[in-house]
Structure formats: C-alpha cells, structure tokens
Design a protein around this ligand. Sequence first.
Ligand code: NAP
Length: 251
Amino acid sequence: MNPFDLSGKVALVTGANTGIGQGIALALARAGADIAALARSEPGDTLDQVRAVGRRGVWIAAEFGRAAPASDIVSRVLAELGGLDILINNAGTIRRNDALDFTESEWDEVVDVNLKSAFFLAQQAARHWVAKGGGGKIINIASMLSFQGGIRVPSYTASKSGLLGITRGLANEWARHGINVNAIAPGYFATNNTDALRKDETRNRDILARIPAGRWGSPGDLGGAAVFLASSAADYVHGAVLPVDGGWLAR
Ligand code: NAP
C-alpha cells in the first residue's frame, strides 16, 4: 500500500487558478485526488491539467471579502464531487505600504481574505466531517512571515502569523475528531504575489543571496509537502508547520 496515495479523495483548493494553489491542485491530482478548484474566475488552465491526468476537476466560483465565505461552499463540493476529504486554504492577498501610511482598507482587505476566510472555510469543512465521522485534512498556506516580521506588509504578517496560530488552535480542538490541521510555510516563490519583489532589483538580489538553495521556489516545489500532509502518512501529524523554503529559515 502506498501511504501517499490519494485515489478516491476529493480536495477543495482555494485560489486554484494560478501560482501555488494551481501547483498544489496538480500535485494532489497526480496523487489521485479529484479537485474542486475554488476561484473567482474560471480556472480553465488548472481544470484542463487536472483532467489531463485523469482526475475530475470542477470550478467552485467564490470570492472572499468582508463577509465570511459563502456558507454553501462545502455543500457545492459535495453535490459536484460526492465528498470532501482535504481542504487547502491557499487563497491570499498582500498590500505593500510603509507602516506609517498603512490604511484601514489595506489592513482589512488582507486579513479578511488570508485569515477570516481560511478560518470560516475550515469551520465549514470541520462541521461536515464531525457530522459525518471519519475525519479530514486541512492544510493552511502560511508564510515566512508566520515566523518573521517582514517589511512594509504589516497586515500580511499579521494574517500569516495568525494563520499559524489558528492552525495550532484548531488542531487542539479537532484532532480528536480525526481532523488533521497543519500548515505549509512557503519561502519565496515566483508567483503574482511576489512580482513586485522580483521586479525590485535590490530586493530580488538580497532575497536570492539569503536563500541557501540559490533560487526562487516554483509552485511545483510544494507538491510533495501538500501530498504528504493530505495523505494517510500524516494521520498522526497535528498542528505542525512544514517550511518549504530552500533553507531560508535555517539561514
Ligand atoms: P497569487 O498567484 O497571487 O495567488 C493568490 C490566489 O489567491 C489567486 O488564486 C487569487 O485569485 C486568490 N485570491 C486573492 N484574493 C482573493 C479573494 N478576495 N477571493 C478569492 N480568491 C482570492 O499568489 P501565490 O504566491 O500563489 O499565493 C498563494 C498563497 O501562498 C497565498 O496565501 C500567499 O500568501 C501564500 N504565499 C506565497 C508566497 C510566495 O512567495 N509566492 C510565499 C508564502 C506564502 P485571483 O487570481 O483571482 O486574484
């Protein structure tokens, strides 16, 4: 038996149209899972690639914002794919500004998506799993800024530090239900989220110089960690965070 096999499992991946969410969705599909790709616009590229490896892929249309996520997201996944086993809380956003000038909307726009939506979607999934029995897996996409302060991104740092906090808190409450809540902390990955950093020559050079692996991560680099935490190989892993950072934190 392969402990990393996800055949017959259904994964809901938020922000699955691009970047890290797309990379994780494809890795889970290659390991055997069907994919509910939550995105605000149709994630055609992701769905094509999921179907190309022989898995089912459906679009769950939703946008996160001021209010908690729509209360029917999990029931739409159940209706479309007949089950839910894995939730990847990946959708996230960032605002960059000096802390002295940071606005209330720059704070709320980030914390509402990165932290509030992740919590209430986890709650929706966990309510389903507790009612049904049998457990499930939640993987929150944290950040180096779950450990460090960052520069000019105070709401992002608050949201990602908070996300690691609730990863541990929810693990404490839900482990007894067979629900594994864990986090992956990506280092510096080449996606839309880091476009501004990579275009800034000085920041780009400083970041690269600090990464022992000597390169930016690409979304495929996270696949193995996601498959592991989503699989039965991680059944006794609760409240953990797995950095996938090219060695950044070890530096
Ligand atoms: P990305 O390419 O910008 O992807 C972000 C995803 O979140 C997109 O699918 C985006 O949808 C979605 N999203 C943003 N705001 C949303 C909203 N209000 N409602 C619904 N969906 C929304 O960046 P990424 O790097 O792949 O980021 C994915 C996750 O990894 C984020 O949580 C990010 O904080 C985290 N992360 C990234 C890095 C890195 O170096 N790139 C490092 C650590 C952690 P649209 O395409 O429609 O905007």
